[in-house]
Design a protein around this ligand. Structure first.
Ligand SMILES: NC(=O)c1ccc[n+]([C@@H]2O[C@H](COP(=O)([O-])OP(=O)(O)OC[C@H]3O[C@@H](n4cnc5c(N)ncnc54)[C@H](OP(=O)(O)O)[C@@H]3O)[C@@H](O)[C@H]2O)c1
Length: 311
């Protein structure tokens, strides 16, 4: 445990969380919904407020005791805004640590760099590390803006477990985007390092920018819907949850931009991507099922849940 590097801790979080989320699929459907379903996908009788008083919901609620139990540990879906406050706060914190040669970043970077030297594993250059940190800051800021000014205020819930997991996740992401550039960070504190924009950084940033812009379009479209309907315009013609697809692509862009010399991807960001794909694929699967129940399975024929030609 003592020799575990910060990057390995972050990777362990992503792997363990992905395995937990995935293995929860063996639970009965109601238990899964109780723990993970959020937004309109969460069964109405577990929601407090007007929906919970609808006829028939009391009887259903008795039958689904886990759903009812977890209904007391739920927070509003609009609390997603907290994730991006956390994300932006960590970006500011690590930026401030870098500029001020802070002791927390130094301690973590020294452990990480020592291990990289021992293992002879390549480290990320300074330019790639700073660009990735900037890109992640912009992702957090854009999502915060969307939560505050684009999304329509809703009253649907999510479980407190989901909320807590996501707060830790954004803490882990804040570290993952720079930790493999530890050697370059320490070096740049001793003497100025060259800043060069390699093709890899440019390609990664271009994918990130494209994915971010498309995700923003999806969020604007969802926010413009008058009521819960089957989204069917733009990317929603082909995918049930294109905003999730573009979230995954955002992290593909980051993993490419932050790759060390001689590699295609940054390993730490790839682990983050693993968690994002697992988490959002399961949610997209739930969304597709929910839409099929509500609007009819025929309306979903030919639509991928999240990953075109795969899932
Ligand atoms: N990095 C990660 O691990 C991670 C995890 C989760 C989410 N995210 C990202 O965060 C963003 C939001 O995710 P989310 O899971 O909250 O998305 P979501 O459940 O699709 O909800 C997004 C917004 O659209 C509304 N909405 C959804 N479906 C609708 C429909 N059929 N009709 C009308 N309005 C609808 C929701 O309203 P209500 O509030 O009323 O439900 C909410 O305001 C996504 O782009 C996703 O990629 C990232």
């Amino acid at each position: 445990m003592a020799s575990t590097t910060p990057a390995e801790w972050c990777q362990a979080f992503c792997v363990v969380s992905s395995v937990i989320l995935f293995s929860m699929q063996v639970l009965p459907e109601n238990a899964r919904k109780a723990l993970f379903a959020y937004g309109a996908r969460r069964p109405a009788h577990t929601q407090h407020g007007p929906n919970s008083q609808a006829p028939g919901h009391k009887a259903e609620a008795k039958a689904d005791s886990l759903l009812v139990l977890t209904s007391y540990a739920q927070v509003p879906h609009s609390w997603f805004v907290h994730f991006y406050i956390v994300s932006v706060s960590w970006s500011i914190f690590w930026g401030w640590q870098y500029i001020s040669k802070g002791s927390i970043m130094r301690a973590m970077a020294e452990i990480q760099h020592r291990s990289a030297v021992e293992d002879q594993s390549p480290e990320v250059a300074l330019s790639a590390t700073l660009v990735t940190w900037l890109l992640m800051s912009s992702q957090g800021a854009r999502r915060l803006f969307e939560c505050l000014f684009v999304a329509k205020p809703g009253s649907s819930p999510m479980s407190a477990f989901h909320w807590a997991l996501a707060v830790v996740y954004y803490t882990v992401v804040g570290i993952s985007v720079w930790i493999r550039g530890s050697g370059a960070i320490l070096k740049s504190w001793e003497s100025p390092q060259p800043i060069e924009f390699t093709p890899q950084i440019i390609i990664g940033a271009a994918i990130f920018g494209f994915a971010g812009a498309q995700q923003n379009n999806c969020h604007r479209y969802l926010a413009g819907l008058k009521k819960y309907t089957l989204p069917s315009e733009g990317w929603f013609q082909y995918l049930v949850c294109p905003h999730y697809t573009f979230e995954c692509l955002v992290y593909v862009g980051l993993a490419i931009a932050a790759a060390p010399p001689g590699a295609f991807f940054n390993r730490s960001v790839l682990y983050v991507l693993l968690f994002v794909v697992t988490n959002l694929s399961l949610t997209a699967h739930g969304t597709k099922k929910w839409y099929a129940e509500k609007f009819g399975a025929d309306k979903l024929v030919g639509k991928w849940a999240i990953i075109p030609f795969v899932f």
